[in-house]
Write a protein that binds this ligand. Structure first.
Ligand SMILES: [Zn+2]
Length: 94
């Protein structure tokens, strides 16, 4: 058996391990196989085994990820869209 690491799924066409970012799974973004060029989206039902393994890995790393997220303290400095400040006119140097 080929070792499929967490976050990776075997390509249904060529069985090549494909990197499956969590973000792509959650957003349903299409993933293109580097081996055969097959374009596939994360089908939770079709790849249940992979999704289970991915889910387990996601849960195991959830605490660490949450800690990392809280360490950044997003509440203190939320990424709000700041209105464009009026640019001061630069006087050309003589
Ligand atoms: Zn493939």
């Amino acid at each position: 058996m080929t070792a499929i690491q967490p976050g990776m799924i075997p390509c249904p066409s060529c069985s090549r391990p494909l990197a499956l970012p969590i973000e792509s799974v959650l957003t349903g973004r299409a993933i293109v196989c580097a081996g055969c060029g097959l374009e596939l989206t994360a089908q939770r039902e079709a790849s249940r085994d992979a999704m289970d393994a991915l889910g387990n890995w996601y849960e195991e790393t959830a605490s660490a990820r949450k800690a990392a997220a809280s360490a950044q303290a997003p509440d203190t400095n939320p990424p709000v869209a700041t209105p464009p400040a009026p640019k001061p006119r630069r006087r050309p140097r003589r």
